[in-house]
Structures are given as structure tokens and as C-alpha cells.
Design a protein around this ligand. Structure first.
Ligand code: SF4
Length: 222
């Protein structure tokens, strides 16, 4: 969309501070089932699933973890087998060498520094080998203590289209979003954008005519 149109459209829909409330409400009503698609039964399984989900689909991770979580139940279990065995067990998630290294490093640190428990604070989570800010944010949010807003490819695209940020860099986008989104919604907000992105606001063909926030969106084609 040319800049001049975008400027006019932004003026037309009004300030983002006034739009954010209705955007969240309407998306929540439209995607009442929006939630993390990874399957896990404990904080440890959550952490492992999120680590494995890099560069692959949640469906693929769930397929692998079904058997994995029967075999590996505690941090010690990931260190008790030879590296090659764990590599084979997570092979289908891709980047299996890096992921094995990260998993084993993380399990070692959990045992040495955190009594074998998954920490809840973001600054502790990002100390774990192979755990970047996005992974840490997802884990903290799913454990009920969001300390930021997860920014993935959908969150980035939708935040930009909805005129909630003009940034490109995920860290700067997150900074804009935490200023704008009420703290109580930090956990569910990314899920709402992710599901809306998958179902309606497709990267190539957004279905603006079916979108519940099209009157609040400066990129609407309606
Ligand atoms: S109006 Fe269109 S561009 Fe805006 S959020 Fe909805 S589908 Fe996406």
C-alpha cells in the first residue's frame, strides 16, 4: 500500500491506544479456541517442546514428543543416553544436532542451577543454552507468568498491518506491544494474532472482507 494511503488509513481508523481494546475483544470472540498447539503435561515438557519447535511445525513436534516424553521424563534422562541416541529420537524435528546440544546443555543447567526445575523468570530462562527470548517468552506465558509478548512471524505481520507498530525488528516490536497491550492480555494476545493470521489474515491473501477488525485496521482492503 502506498505511504500516502496508509497515512490516510491510519488517520481514518484512529489512534492505536483506542483500537487495541476492541481489537483484542473481537479477536478473542472470533478465536475463542486460540491457544498453544504444542502438547505437554509439565513445565519440562513445555520447555522441550518449545525448543524443538524452532524451524518446524507444532504438528511435527507433537508427533515426535509423543514417544519422546515417554522415554525422557526428567532432566537426568536427557543426559543418561549417548548424544547420538537423543539425536535419533528428535531427528524428525530437523536441526537435530543443534537441538540435541541445546537440550543437553539446558538439562545440565536445570540440574546444576535450578534443582531440576524449569525457572519462571525470563532472565533465568534466557540463561539456558539454546533458549532465546522468544522461547523464554512462550514458556513464561504458558506457565501463567507472561513477562513480555511473544513475537513470531504472524505477530509481526499482523501488528504491522493493524498499525500497532512500525518496527521490523522483533525486539522493538515487542517493546511497542508491551507498551500498548494491557498486561493481563500479554499471554493470550500473541495466540489471538497467530490464529487470526492463520485463519483470516494470511500473509499473501488476507481475507479482509471476513475480518472482524477490518474497520479498525489501516491495511484493510475493504
Ligand atoms: S482487515 Fe485485512 S489486513 Fe487488516 S487484520 Fe483484517 S485481514 Fe488483516
Amino acid at each position: 500500500m502506498p505511504r500516502s494511503y496508509l497515512k490516510e488509513a491510519r488517520r481514518h481508523v484512529g489512534p492505536k491506544k483506542q483500537r487495541i481494546g476492541p481489537i483484542i475483544e473481537r479477536l478473542a470472540a472470533d478465536h475463542a479456541d486460540a491457544a498453544i498447539a504444542l502438547r505437554f503435561r509439565s513445565p519440562l515438557e513445555l520447555l522441550v517442546s518449545v525448543m524443538l519447535s524452532a524451524q518446524t511445525t507444532d504438528v511435527n513436534v507433537n508427533r515426535v514428543t509423543q514417544a519422546l516424553f515417554e522415554k525422557y521424563r526428567r532432566p537426568e534422562d536427557y543426559l543418561a543416553v549417548p548424544q547420538g541416541e537423543l539425536e535419533r529420537d528428535i531427528f524428525a524435528t530437523g536441526f537435530y544436532r543443534q537441538k540435541t546440544k541445546a537440550l543437553r546443555g539446558t538439562m545440565r543447567m536445570l540440574l546444576e542451577d535450578f534443582d531440576g526445575e524449569v525457572p519462571r523468570r525470563l532472565e533465568e530462562l534466557i540463561r539456558l543454552p539454546g533458549v532465546a527470548r522468544k522461547t523464554a517468552n512462550v514458556v513464561a506465558a504458558e506457565l501463567g507468568e507472561p513477562q513480555g509478548v511473544v513475537v513470531d512471524t504472524h505477530v509481526r505481520r499482523l501488528s504491522q498491518r493493524l498499525g500497532l507498530t512500525r518496527q521490523e525488528d522483533p525486539v522493538k516490536i515487542e517493546r511497542d506491544l508491551v507498551r500498548l497491550v494491557p498486561r493481563a492480555d500479554w499471554g493470550r494476545f500473541p495466540h489471538l494474532l497467530i490464529w487470526h493470521g492463520r485463519r483470516v489474515c494470511d500473509a499473501r491473501r488476507p481475507r479482509c472482507e471476513d475480518c472482524v477488525v477490518n474497520d479498525l485496521c489501516p491495511s484493510s482492503r475493504v
